[in-house]
Each structure stands twice: as C-alpha cells, then as structure tokens.
Design a protein around this ligand. Structure first.
Ligand SMILES: Nc1ncnc2c1ncn2[C@@H]1O[C@H](COP(=O)(O)OP(=O)(O)OP(=O)(O)O)[C@@H](O)[C@H]1O
Ligand SMILES: [Mg+2]
Length: 263
C-alpha cells in the first residue's frame, strides 16, 4: 500500500443477482491512485468497470471493502462529500438551458450555499472555462444545437467548474468520431496537467488507454489482471489474457494501418 495516496480502493467486492443467482461483478479489487495521476480502467464489456466507478462516486455501496480519500474512509459518505466529478458517456445536459447556464448552474448553487463566491465570480469562471475548452462561441446555444463532441466539452466544463480533486470518466468518448476523440484526449490531458486533477478514466479502447494514461488497470471479469505503466504492460504482460486482450489487440490495430502509412 502506498503512503499518502489520493484515493485508496481496498478489497472491494460487489455482487448482483441474476435470475435469482448471485454473481460477483467485483471480486477483491484493490488499487492506490496517486494525486494527479491519470489511471485508465481497461477491460471488456461486463467486466465491472462502471460498477467500480459508481462505488468510487458513492452512487452504489460495496458489499465489502473500503474507499479512502486522502486517508479518510469515505466508503459510506454521500456523493456530495467526496470532491469527485463524473463525466458520463451520455452527456445529461439540461436541455432547457444554454451552454453557459449548463456550465454555471451547479457552481452558482454551490457558491450561494457555501457563500464562497459571487454570481459575477461564477460567470467569469464559466467564461474562462468555455474558452479553455474551445467552446466560448457556443455559450448562447442550447444542447439540441450541439454535436456530440461539443456536448462532451460542455459536460467536462460543467464538472470542472466545481473544482473536483478527482474526475471520473465513464467511456466519455465512445459515441464520438475519431478526430473529435483525439482532440478531446488533448483537452482532458491539459486539464490534468494544469489543475493537477487526479483522473480515473474508463475505456474499452486499448489505444485510448495507451495514449492517455500514467498507469493502466487491466480488468478481466470482476478482477484486476495487471496495473502498470503502458510501457511495462507491453513489455511484461502479466498473463495470457493481458497479452491477447491488450497487447496483441493494440499491435493489430497499429499494424493494420502502418503498412498503408509507409507509402
Ligand atoms: N444493477 C444491476 N443488477 C444486476 N446486474 C448488474 C447490474 N449492473 C450491472 N450488472 C452486471 O454486472 C456486470 C458488470 O457490469 P458493469 O456495468 O460494471 O460492466 P462494464 O465493465 O461497465 O461494462 P460495459 O463496458 O458494457 O459498460 C455485468 O455482467 C452486468 O450485466
Ligand atoms: Mg460500463
């Protein structure tokens, strides 16, 4: 166990019922995440990624195990007390509000509740964030007039404005085209660097995980197969599953286009 880690996930177990029978969606999952780290959770459909994220966020209780934030047990703390922000695959924007209001809404409520900032402060911060995410020109538009990539930027801005210490992403790009995905990768990495935000990023895309991560946590059904740097995973896959699901798939993707690019 690491000293002084930001988020410690300890021996998390979660069972669901399926047709009356119980099965483990997570079975003894443990990982320590450092402050400012970018950790991807990479695994096939149904391996338990979203279940883990919901437990970290406090939207779901584990059957066993603990979650520690800065060494403090938050296993049973409500989502609002976790300084976490979540970005989902479906953006869940408020359809009846402009982009500007979508981003500023929760921050205004928070500022009022905590008496921490004025409405003018929140507006200034909103404008600044829209600029940083390259969507300043969309401020007055409504979600129905946006592309998927634009909506996802709004969703990221809306989460960022609350200054979360940790950001959780659940396959935020799976509905977007490749060019937009590559652009947004850079946006997210810049945020991580600029704000030192700890990020946990769920994906089933090997290439995305390798392009963005400090470390990758590879999952097979309900369990962790390996947690390592991208380089270490390629050089020393922990078992046959990691080799075939991660390394071989990654190579196949690259080789399928590299022959063409050499001409
Ligand atoms: N509320 C629930 N009740 C019963 N079973 C569930 C529930 N939620 C998820 N499951 C099951 O638990 C397992 C893990 O689900 P989970 O959503 O965590 O997978 P995932 O890795 O996020 O998959 P995907 O990549 O498809 O999003 C799956 O077999 C799923 O069918
Ligand atoms: Mg999922």
């Amino acid at each position: 166990m690491m000293e002084n880690c930001k988020l410690s996930i300890r021996n998390i177990t979660k069972q669901y019922k399926n047709a009356g029978a119980r099965f483990a969606a997570l079975d003894g999952v443990s990982v320590d995440i450092e402050a400012g780290e970018f950790l991807s959770v990479l695994g096939p459909s149904g391996c338990g990624k979203t279940t883990l994220l919901r437990i970290i966020a406090g939207l779901l209780s584990p059957d066993e195990g603990q979650i520690l934030l800065d060494g403090k047990d938050i296993t049973n703390a409500p989502p609002s007390e976790r300084s976490l922000g979540i970005v989902f695959q479906n953006y869940a924007l408020f359809e009846n509000m402009t982009v500007f209001d979508n981003v500023s809404y929760a921050a205004k409520l928070k500022a009022k509740r905590e008496k921490s900032a004025t409405v003018a402060d929140v507006k200034a911060r909103t404008a600044e964030l829209l600029g940083e995410l390259g969507i300043a020109d969309l401020a007055k538009k409504y979600p129905s007039a946006l592309s998927g990539g634009q909506m996802q930027r709004v969703a990221i801005a809306r989460t960022l404005i609350l200054n979360p210490e940790i950001m959780l992403f659940d396959e935020p790009m799976s509905a977007l085209d490749i060019a937009t995905r590559i652009q947004l990768r850079a946006v997210i990495k810049n945020i991580q660097k600029k704000f030192g935000t700890t990020m946990i990023y769920i994906t089933h895309d090997q290439e995305e995980a390798f392009a963005m991560s400090d470390r990758i946590m590879v999952m097979e059904k309900a369990k962790i197969s390996q947690i390592d740097t991208p380089r270490a995973i390629v050089s020393y896959p922990a078992n046959e599953y990691v080799k075939s699901f991660v390394v071989d798939n990654l190579r196949a993707k690259i080789e399928s286009v590299s022959a063409v690019l050499e001409y």
